[in-house]
Design a protein around this ligand. Sequence first.
Ligand code: PEP
Ligand code: MN
Length: 337
Amino acid sequence: MIIQFEKEIETAQKEEIINKVKAFKYKPTEVITQKGDYLIGIGKAEFDIRSIGLMEGIKDIHLVSDDYKLVSRKWKVKPTEINLGDGVKIEEGGFQIMAGPCSIEGEEQIVKTIAHLKANGIQIMRGGVFKPRSSPYAFRGHGIEGLKIWYELAKEAGMKIVTEVMQVSQISEMDPYIDIYQIGARNTQNFNLLDELGKNTDKPVMIKRGISGTIDELLSSAEYIFSGGNERLLLCERGIRTYEKATRNTMDLTAIPVLKEKTHLPVIADPSHGIGIRQHVEAIALASIMAGADGVIYETHEKPEEAFSDGQQTLNFFESNQLIERLKKTFELRSSF
Ligand code: PEP
Ligand code: MN
């Protein structure tokens, strides 16, 4: 059960509601976010929803049987819109393109990537400064100093940035230099990190699906952050591990319409990690639009063969230009339905 309190609710009214919820053998948890004050009730008993819903101080009440509640579309009719300022939004009915290298390598690379993106009207650049790598000997990113340089250059150019946070201690140092946090596939169930991103930032968070994670697990991870207080969330399908060896991951395009049905949060597709093969990234990116994604995030680099990481799935700028043009056409086609 989700109860949304009226903004002006009095303490005594709140207590009365909480006692009523407990009387129905539901366990109440109060959640205060940037946008609202809620009570989540966990329980199984059947009861007439009006017996609570008509009480003073309640704006709205919904019965949501899924494990995740606040991120469910069952209670929120208006989909979540992520407003990054300066006219940059991620929202249902629109289509945002986020692109950039797997890793931030240096100033020259940043400047060239920004120029490439700006020439195509792209407003959000991706890149990693803290890189989760399977091998400890691989390039692990330029860290906070790299982020500061990147952020300043991007800001000057009017470009927003999205980058991965790997641990709790990084949040406070990254926060002034970031537009969207990314939770990587290896950290989707790092519940301490999720908790902290709920409580200690109001910056948007894009949560990638876990390498072997189910759709419901992804939604429950989002619930952690939302219930911590941060409603500004995006979900990202980036492929899952299956028995298939011909591709790096199995891009689960089926997750896109399913997520769109289950949650009010925007859904982003990552075709680069999704398939892991440069020449097939475009096909998967275009397919993800038709599957209903609200945006894509993909890897691009001036010289993918020289990229510090993930060169095999990274588009060069020529390929990226072509992809953007085709994404725009495909989005127009979808919008005409
Ligand atoms: C990345 O975006 O470069 C990355 C490491 O992604 P994922 O967590 O999906 O593997
Ligand atoms: Mn990568």
